[in-house]
Design a protein around this ligand. Structure first.
Ligand SMILES: [Zn+2]
Length: 189
């Protein structure tokens, strides 16, 4: 195993140990947020449903959009700031996906690229296993290689490019990240 793979493997184990309690808290928070958004959010329009299908979402009629003044984070201000300084979080979060619930900042609502990005995360939740599968991998990648360089974010940015019409190769060249789960959307946690 070369040095880069060793570093990646060690970082993954250390990150998992560090993130275990965080993962549980994050999963609970995400489940609560999703329940609220599914209850109060807006269903996708026909055009948005077509976009969701194009980026790989299977159960498109479950998706709900929730406009908000700011994207809520379950972190104290100082911890969020520290995470931003370490590159684990973006200071410009315009949207966030909680299972089938998507929060979009009001001033970005209607942004097709942003929606494609968040819908790609919905597809990842379906593919990796809702909550623990997706969240574990996403948190790992925020630490190593750091936001937004993880494979899940790269895939979501490909979806953005596809929505903007700047991805010349098309979706068939986007490599879905599957981790240790199958691509069967029924394999939810
Ligand atoms: Zn993202």
């Amino acid at each position: 195993m070369n040095q880069r793979l060793w570093r990646s493997a060690i970082a993954m184990v250390a990150t998992d140990l560090m993130l275990s309690p965080l993962l549980l808290c994050a999963a609970l928070w995400v489940r609560c947020r999703e329940a609220t958004i599914l209850r109060e959010g807006k269903p996708l329009t026909a055009d948005e449903i077509a976009l969701a299908r194009a980026v790989g979402v299977s159960v498109v009629d479950r998706v709900r959009l929730f406009p908000a003044d700011a994207v809520p984070m379950p972190l104290p201000r100082w911890l969020r700031r520290a995470a931003e300084l370490h590159g684990w979080l973006s200071p410009h979060i315009a949207g966030m996906t909680h299972g089938y619930g998507i929060v979009l900042r009001n001033d970005c609502y209607g942004d097709r690229r942003l929606l494609a990005h968040e819908l790609a995360h919905v597809a990842q939740y379906e593919r990796l296993g809702r909550f623990s599968g997706f969240l574990r991998q996403y948190l790992r990648e925020c630490v190593w290689p750091g936001y937004p360089h993880g494979l899940l974010e790269i895939e979501a940015r490909h979806a953005e490019a596809m929505a903007a019409g700047t991805l010349t190769q098309g979706r068939e060249n986007v490599i879905p990240y599957a981790a240790d789960k199958t691509n069967d959307p029924r394999s939810h946690d």
